[in-house]
Design a protein around this ligand. Structure first.
Ligand SMILES: [Zn+2]
Length: 125
């Protein structure tokens, strides 16, 4: 196990532990954020290798094929965000478009929450 880094930045912050193997995750590039359901709060930090294992085990429970902090999810979330904005401007769709726009914004919110709650707290490598 690596020694605690003396940055002072981490003081008062609890370490991030892997939801799969329960060992600490020490760097951002080791982190894969699993989002099991379509809600903001259900995010589980895992090691990249543990995510791969868990993804196999939990395939039936919609772990999602890629972690929230990966480039694929980030791209999808960004595209959904753009679609939400475009849709919100299409007045001919009526009030229903606000509902759909809100749903389209969820991936972006989850992506942001993953950053704020998990990734931001880890050193880049
Ligand atoms: Zn792990």
């Amino acid at each position: 196990m690596k020694q605690e880094k003396e940055t002072g930045h981490e003081q008062g912050m609890q370490g991030i532990r892997c939801a799969h193997c329960d060992l600490p995750i020490e760097a951002r590039d080791e982190l894969a954020v699993a989002g099991r359901t379509f809600t903001l709060s259900s995010m589980e930090p895992m090691h990249v290798r543990c995510y791969a294992e868990a993804a196999k085990e939990f395939k039936a429970v919609s772990l999602g094929s890629e972690p929230l902090n990966g480039p694929i999810y980030t791209t999808k979330a960004a595209l959904a965000g753009v679609a939400a904005v475009v849709l919100a401007m299409l007045t001919s769709f009526g009030p229903l478009r606000w509902v759909i726009s809100a749903i389209l914004l969820i991936p972006l919110l989850r992506r942001a929450a993953s950053w704020v709650l998990l990734e931001r707290r880890l050193p880049p490598e």
